[in-house]
Design a protein around this ligand. Structure first.
Ligand code: SF4
Length: 495
């Protein structure tokens, strides 16, 4: 179960997909979006072109709510892009559903975005002062306006010019009548991969979308790279200078699907290694190990293997309670979790349990699960977290609760242990996380754990900040490399 559906947060980001050169581009995009559904459940959409006309299907809800296979299969076209959204910049409305489609002097342009622009508010103000009229409240529309302004030299040059003005995190796919273009931000914060299906080329946030359509992964799109898919095949160029890589480490911990590969590494395998390291660094006197389904199963399996303890299915997930249990109020949230997870008394009773989770954000779910296990007869509950304390907001496209709601923002590990009522609690250290992922520390974004932000944040606005303006009581800016100001800041920006 995703943490989003547990109601805890941080929530998933968004997923993008693009394909060129297949007669059933819309249908394959539909399948690709199903594979990326875990990245966003609020809206879904696709745009398809047959070289003459561009058609759009999008709406609020899951892919299965919004798109029908029969309808999609009849949409003509050999190129398409698609998007699943979890709103992190701009409210959850149909107007903000993606792909965004605009008409400018060179024709029709569709864009789908995963990430968050960190200077979008300022850019939008500047554009509005110059006369631009915005149709949505998502940061992605700023990119479309900038492209329209730079459009006289052609789309590819216009995209590069536009992206030189924006800052932050983005994995973008564009579509016009006869090409699909993918671009990744110069830090490579959000993932984007290139794949191949026979003579067709594919772009997707995660490689699990390639598996869903029978495509072969080719490689990750590099930070700052532009990939153009058109009649000539695939062309790539280093469109934006990349001075350092800062891939989101939280993709490995929680966001990505375990069957995806990021930078050549399988996500499940990384999570399992995180669990093994957790067992070495923080052993517990216990009888069994259980994981919180689904995102913590890999780490729990690794912990059990390393500790030489049996891995058991101590928590059972109800797969049929939908995303509607993303509930805003704390009381509602607790009842949502109660419906979704139950303890297996036969497994738990009389046992000393290690409960492995991928992260603790608010702490409410952890406390609920500890109580649940005790009610089911657990003698002891030792909580082990396969990541460091999540103490800082994400500005780069992952919806994070208010800073004051992050349990690790202002509490020690012992305080958190008391709050969640566990017999013991331990987190992975940042050093252990980096060593286990096996990538250079300088090549990762670790900001939610360390407070060291790789990209300066010009505009700390809330998720619905463009409806309300910048968050009251915030300086509105976080320089690169410095921790976010504590207290009262809403950072739900990004998409
Ligand atoms: S702050 Fe955390 S969740 Fe956000 S991009 Fe960086 S590592 Fe990922």
């Amino acid at each position: 179960m995703s943490r989003a559906s547990r109601g805890e947060g941080p929530r998933d980001a968004c997923g993008v997909f693009g394909i060129y050169g297949h007669p059933e581009a819309a249908r394959l995009t539909y399948y690709g979006l199903f594979a990326l559904q875990h990245r966003g459940q609020e809206s879904a959409g696709l745009v398809v072109s047959d070289g003459c006309s561009v058609r759009v299907e999008k709406g609020m809800g899951l892919v299965s709510d919004v798109l029908e296979e029969g309808t999609v299969s009849r949409l003509p076209g050999h190129l398409a892009i698609g998007h699943v959204r979890y709103s992190t910049a701009g409210s959850s409305t149909l107007a903000n559903a993606q792909p965004l489609v605009v008409r400018y002097r060179k024709g029709v342009l569709a864009v789908a975005h995963n990430g968050n622009l960190t200077n979008a508010h300022r850019l939008r103000e500047r554009l509005e002062e110059a006369g631009s009229i915005f149709q949505t409240t998502v940061d992605t529309e700023v990119i479309a306006h900038l492209i329209a302004r730079h459009g006289k030299n052609g789309l590819e040059a216009a995209i590069v010019e536009a992206l030189r003005e924006v800052e932050g995190a983005y994995a973008l796919v564009f579509l016009d009548e006869d090409r699909v273009i993918g671009v990744r931000d110069p830090f490579g914060i959000r993932p984007l991969s290139l794949g191949r299906l026979g003579g067709a080329w594919v772009l997707a946030s995660e490689t699990c979308a390639f598996d869903a359509i029978g495509a072969e992964p080719v490689r990750d799109v590099e930070p700052g790279e532009m990939v153009v898919l058109d009649q000539a095949g695939v062309r790539t160029r280093q469109a934006l200078e990349s001075r350092r890589r800062a891939a989101c480490v939280f993709e490995y911990i929680y966001l990505a699907r375990p069957d995806s590969n990021l930078q050549g590494m399988n996500v499940h395998a990384v999570r399992k290694q995180l669990g093994r390291r957790l067992a070495r660094d923080h052993p517990a006197e216990a009888d069994i190990v259980i994981g919180v389904p689904d995102s913590s199963i890999s780490a729990a399996a690794g912990y059990a293997e390393e500790a030489g303890l049996p891995y058991e299915m101590g928590l059972v997930k109800n797969r049929y309670v939908g995303r509607t249990f993303i509930m805003p109020a704390q009381g509602q949230r607790a009842s949502g979790v109660r419906l979704k997870l139950n303890a297996l008394r036969k497994v738990i009773e009389g046992r000393r349990v290690v409960l492995v989770d991928d992260s603790i954000v608010r702490g409410t779910t952890a406390r609920y699960l500890v109580r649940l296990l005790r009610e089911a007869g657990a003698r002891q509950v030792h909580v082990r977290i396969a990541s460091p304390p999540y103490a800082n907001a994400c500005f780069y496209g992952v919806d994070t609760p208010d800073h004051k709601e992050l349990v690790a923002a202002s509490r020690s590990v012992e305080d958190i242990r008391r709050q969640i009522e566990a017999d013991s609690l331990a987190f992975l250290s940042v050093e252990a996380l980096v060593e286990t992922v096996g990538l250079p520390r300088g090549g990762l974004c670790l900001a939610c754990f360390t407070g060291e932000y790789p990209v300066a944040v010009q505009d700390a606005v809330g998720k619905d900040g463009w409806e309300r303006g910048p968050v009251p009581g915030t300086a509105g800016q976080v320089p690169a490399g410095r921790a976010a100001a504590a207290g009262g800041t809403v950072y739900r920006v990004g998409d």
